[in-house]
Design a protein around this ligand. Structure first.
Ligand SMILES: [Zn+2]
Length: 345
C-alpha cells in the first residue's frame, strides 16, 4: 500500500476561505507582459513587488480592514461611500470595470450585498472574490435575520471582537495572492487585531457605565443586534413603522411604554427614518411625563467621510459607543477613546 499523500497546508483551510483564482492563473501570470511583472521577476526573492495589489471592497468597513492588514502592498478602493445603503446598492458601470480589473474583490457576504449577489457570483468565475464575513464567522456565532427565514444577520462589524475574526482569513487570502508580502500581512494582521481588541475594551468599559435598566437601544433599523449581544443591550427597531397604520401606532405605543417605564433618556436615529415616527415616540413619552430626546446620529451600515477619524472603522465604533454611553447616562469622554472625535458628544 502506498503511503498516504500529505495534504499541502493550504488545502486544510475551509474551501470557501480560499480565493477562487481566475482560471488557475497566479497573480504573477495575470501580470505577465506588464512592465510591473517584468520588473518584479528580475528582483531577488523577498523583494518588494513593484505594483501594489489592486483590491476592491464593497463596504468601507471591509476596505478599512484590508488597508490595515495589507499595508503598502495593497491599494484598496471601496465601492460604497458614506451614507450608502449596502442592502440596496447595485453595481454601477464604473464599478463593473473596477471589479473586473481587480486582483482581489472583497465583500461582506451573509447577504448584505443583496443586489450584487448575482454579479459577484458570476465575477467569481473570473476574479478572486472572497465574502470575508461569510467565510470567517462560524454559524454558531451568527444571528439569524429577523425578517428573512434561512438568512443571517449581516451586520457583524457592530461587534469589534467578532469583526476581528475576519483578520486571519484576510491575511491568508492576501498571502496566497502575494506570497512575497506574507511578512507584511502577518504584521498588519497583528496590529489590526490589537487595534480592534483595544476598541472592544473601550466599548465594554464605556457601555458598562450605563445604569443596567437603561441599556436599551431604540434605533432606526436592525443593524445593532450584534452590538446588543456583545454589550448586553436590548435593541428595539423602529424601522418600517408607519403612524398611519394601526399596527404602527400599537408599536409606537409599546416603545413609548418602554421609554417611560425604564426612564430611557434617548432614542437614536439614522437619517433614513421618517422624522414623524421619531416625533411620535418623543411626544408619546412626554404625554406620560417622560422626557426623551433624540441622541446623536449613529453610523450603521457605512463609515463617515474619508479622511476623517469617523471615516475609519475605529472612529465609527468610537463615535457610536461614546454617543450611546453619554446619552444614556454612562461615563465616557466627550471626544471618545483617544480624544479624536470631531465633535464633542
Ligand atoms: Zn443594515
Amino acid at each position: 500500500m502506498p503511503p498516504m499523500a500529505t495534504l499541502p497546508e493550504a488545502s486544510i483551510r475551509p474551501a470557501a476561505a480560499r480565493p477562487r483564482p481566475a482560471s488557475g492563473l497566479s497573480r504573477r501570470a495575470l501580470l505577465a507582459g506588464t512592465a510591473a511583472a517584468t520588473l518584479a521577476a528580475g528582483l531577488p526573492r523577498g523583494a518588494r513587488a513593484a505594483a501594489p495589489l489592486q483590491v476592491v471592497a464593497t463596504t468601507s468597513m471591509i476596505a478599512d480592514l484590508a488597508r490595515r492588514v495589507g499595508g503598502d502592498r495593497v491599494e484598496v478602493a471601496a465601492l460604497m461611500g458614506p451614507g450608502v445603503d449596502p442592502h440596496a446598492y447595485r453595481q454601477t458601470r464604473t464599478d463593473i470595470v473596477r471589479l473586473t480589473r481587480a486582483d482581489l474583490v472583497l465583500a461582506n457576504g451573509l447577504y448584505l450585498e443583496a443586489q450584487m449577489e448575482e454579479f459577484l457570483d458570476e465575477l467569481a468565475a473570473r476574479r478572486p472574490v472572497v465574502e470575508l464575513a461569510e467565510v470567517s464567522i462560524p454559524e454558531d456565532l451568527r444571528l439569524g435575520a429577523e425578517v428573512y427565514e434561512n438568512r443571517w444577520d449581516p451586520h457583524v462589524w457592530m461587534d469589534p471582537a467578532l469583526w476581528s475574526r475576519l483578520i486571519p482569513s484576510l491575511q491568508a487570502t492576501l498571502s496566497d495572492l502575494d506570497p512575497e508580502g506574507a511578512e507584511t500581512y502577518a504584521a498588519g494582521a497583528e496590529e489590526a487585531t490589537r487595534t480592534l481588541a483595544r476598541l472592544d475594551a473601550y466599548s465594554r468599559e464605556a457601555l458598562a457605565s450605563i445604569p443596567p435598566e437603561r441599556r436599551v437601544l431604540v434605533t432606526a433599523h436592525d443593524a445593532f443586534r450584534y452590538f446588543g449581544r456583545a454589550y448586553g443591550f436590548e435593541v428595539m427597531g423602529i424601522q418600517g413603522i408607519s403612524t398611519e397604520s394601526e399596527a404602527g401606532l400599537a408599536r409606537i405605543e409599546e416603545l413609548v411604554g418602554v421609554l417611560a417605564a425604564r426612564s430611557i433618556p434617548a432614542v437614536f436615529v439614522e437619517s433614513s427614518v421618517p422624522e414623524r415616527n421619531v416625533r411620535a415616540l418623543i411626544e408619546g413619552a412626554q404625554a406620560r411625563g417622560h422626557d426623551a430626546r433624540v441622541g446623536a446620529e449613529l453610523f450603521s451600515d457605512a463609515m463617515g467621510q474619508p479622511g476623517t477619524y469617523e471615516g475609519t472603522y475605529p472612529g465609527m465604533i468610537d463615535h457610536n459607543v461614546t454617543a450611546i454611553a453619554r446619552a444614556l447616562g454612562g461615563a465616557a469622554p466627550e471626544r471618545g477613546m483617544d480624544g479624536r472625535l470631531s465633535a464633542g458628544l
